[in-house]
Design a protein. Sequence first.
Length: 156
Amino acid sequence: MQYRWKAGILLFTIILANAFYPGSSMAVDSAAEKSAPRVVGGPCEYRQYKGRAVIVSIREKEMHKDYGGPSVSYEIKFSFFSEEEVDETYGQVEGRKYILMLTNSRYPGPEFLEKYGIEAGKSFECYLKVITRGTCTPVLFDFPTIDLGDCFEYKR
């Protein structure tokens, strides 16, 4: 009697362990599931609207010395004005203020501002990208004449 009880516990433990460890021999995976790439957040598609971005303000931000970049960076705010009618309600961004950040999620330094001619009141060609498919960032801004991936001040 005691032997059956221990065997039952052992069998239950094996079944439970196999349920939580998919690499075990009892796990059932189809060949299609194993070969299919797992996609999270995409693929995404965007509709693009041409417009202008106007630099509203530039505010100096002091950075920590061991930040790995310039000792002074700038918070640059801009507003977007579309040259086309934006169909998507969540793409209605005109007049709102946005912060221009580098692709490394940091604020640009003084040499970046000088290189791309960024100053308050100046207008730049810009594209508003509004998501139409997928679960990525709903609204993006693309500056053809400003390379936001140009993080040269942070590579020193």
